[in-house]
Design a protein around this ligand. Structure first.
Ligand SMILES: [Fe+2]
Length: 181
């Protein structure tokens, strides 16, 4: 198996495991603005950024599925980063996040804890996680601002254009299916 195929299979296993762990405890709509479709896109962005920056995609994949897992509100919810990091720590102690070593887990917990703070400085792994989330602002009709993105690949005009286009197509598909319902 090639390295890319091997990494893809590893990430798929994490996705299945993370969904099984998060779904039962998630307090909001699973298909809402901070639910599974959002986690899946953050996962996709994170894997892209990890590839570009030479990082472990296992970390960005765990981030994608845990960072909003303990939200209690789709609007203002200032404690959700801390609650998400506490949840990740419980999973780590239970042996569920076995793909990361101790340092990898520390970075994951830090990325989750501070993901909504707007920070643009820190370890590359943190920045990749935060940009993966910020690129999905496009789902809310907000064009990601390159000045608020922390990594060079995320700031590329063609990358921003691609996430905006994808979000627009998803909204159009939703509108279309609503008309036919
Ligand atoms: Fe998010």
């Amino acid at each position: 198996m090639s390295r890319t195929a091997d990494q893809a299979a590893r990430c798929r296993r994490i996705v299945h495991k993370a969904l099984a762990l998060v779904r039962p405890v998630f307090a909001l709509e699973l298909d809402g603005i901070h639910g599974v479709p959002h986690w899946s896109r953050v996962c996709r962005h994170g894997r892209f950024l990890a590839g570009e920056l030479g990082l472990d995609p296992a970390l960005t994949t765990w981030f994608a599925f845990l960072h909003d897992s303990r939200r209690r509100d789709d609007g203002h919810d200032p404690g959700h980063g801390r609650r998400g990091a506490d949840f990740a720590l419980r999973l780590w102690r239970a042996g569920s996040i076995e793909e990361l070593d101790r340092r990898g887990f520390e970075l994951l917990a830090e990325a989750i804890r501070w993901h909504s703070g707007g920070r643009t400085e820190g370890e590359p792994a943190l920045l990749a996680c935060w940009d993966a989330d910020r690129l999905d602002l496009a789902r809310l009709g907000i064009r990601p601002d390159p000045r608020k993105l922390a990594t060079a690949p995320a700031r590329r005009p063609e990358v921003i254009e691609a996430v905006v286009l994808r979000a627009r197509r998803a909204r159009d598909r939703q509108r279309h299916s609503a008309r036919w319902w």
